[in-house]
Write a protein that binds this ligand. Structure first.
Ligand code: MG
Length: 345
């Protein structure tokens, strides 16, 4: 058993701005697990918001003894071993977990969706994400996204209304809004959501800072009123790193789960079951990732309600090929494992 990794600096087609940060290059790590001539691919896309960097990922991967992973079929035991190295480090965990799944399914000669016993045709249509920008650039980006039927708009800045008005100059397609904790009080969030509810917005992700769970409960009570136009679901994203599902279920209608934040496929499937037990909706999200991470997410996405797995569409130098995204619909191949083409890495 060998574990190798390599850094790739992903170039973004547009500078990607959300309420707290702005980036044009995103470094990621592609992990390869090699055993018996079979190669399993995984990916880590670390995020500073969750205390991970390229350095922490490399340090973590260097600390892994590949001999301890020598039976990849013992997925849970492998996860326990990797967890025991150090707490946290979800994207590094995720890279190993995805690579093990890819390896196992290639060895069994089955596609990952079959291993999970899911119907690949049930993957929800994915959004295309538009980062924060000037109104003119928003118009340009929305025009470029003409083929995608649902857009996710990043808000949480003082000129939110100007951004949405720019979108609405070009299209009337449904929008999902992610404020990335940008609205700082419950009153501000309520006003924003009231205004957005008249703009064909389907849901709101992380309206307020993750820690303000009592304010979220207040807000959700109001935006879930029938009298409130349309009844607006509110989804936890950043708050998922602070609270458990049962606490979140009092304040949010659903959670946004990302493989990279949640440590990979085994833990994500557990979390999906837990959230379902609390009657919560599930969005599957992503980071800026290559086709390795995005294809892994697409492969389990038949289990969720909303798909937000477009991270590979935002980069111009994807080193691999995997899931095919046509007009937001995710087409999964019948190739074994993830089904990513390994010829470039
Ligand atoms: Mg989000």
């Amino acid at each position: 058993m060998k574990l190798e990794y390599k850094q790739y600096d992903l170039k973004l087609k547009h500078i990607f701005k959300i309420s707290r940060s702005s980036r044009d290059i995103v470094p990621v790590i592609i992990v390869k697990i090699v055993k018996d001539g079979v190669v399993g691919y995984g990916e880590a896309s670390p995020n500073a918001r969750y205390e991970e960097t390229m350095e922490t990922v490399k340090e973590f991967l260097d600390a892994i003894d590949p001999a301890k992973l020598s039976d990849p079929f013992r997925l849970e035991a492998a996860g326990d071993y990797v967890d025991s190295i150090a707490p946290g480090n979800p994207s590094a965990n995720c890279a190993v977990d995805i690579a093990l799944h890819d390896w196992i399914c290639k060895r069994l000669n089955v596609p990952l969706y079959e291993f999970f016993n899911t119907d690949k045709d049930q993957a929800p249509v994915s959004v295309f994400t538009i980062g924060i920008d000037t109104p003119d650039n928003i118009v340009r980006k929305v025009k470029e996204a003409v083929n995608y039927p649902i857009l996710k708009i990043k808000l949480g800045v003082p000129n939110d209304e100007e951004i949405v008005e720019a979108v609405r100059r070009v299209t009337d397609k449904p929008l999902r809004v992610d404020a990335n904790e940008g609205w700082k009080s419950k009153e501000e969030a309520l006003e924003k959501i009231k205004w957005l509810s008249a703009q064909n917005v389907e849901l709101i992700e992380q309206p307020m800072p993750a820690s303000q769970i009592d304010d979220m409960e207040w807000l959700r009570e109001r935006v879930s009123q029938k009298s409130f136009r349309g009844r607006m679901p509110v989804i936890a994203d950043e708050a998922l790193s602070l609270y458990g599902v049962s606490e979140l279920s009092a304040a949010y209608d659903g959670i946004n789960i990302k493989l990279q934040k949640n440590g990979g496929l085994v833990k994500t499937r557990r979390l999906i079951h837990e959230a379902r037990n609390h009657n919560m909706k599930i969005m599957l999200g992503c980071m800026i990732e290559t086709s390795v991470g995005i294809t892994a997410a697409a492969r389990i996405s038949p289990l969720v309600d909303w798909n937000d797995v477009d991270g590979n569409l935002l980069i111009s130098n994807d080193p691999l090929e995997g899931v095919r995204n046509e007009k937001g619909r995710l087409y999964l191949s019948d190739k074994p494992g993830l089904g990513v083409s390994p010829n470039i890495v």
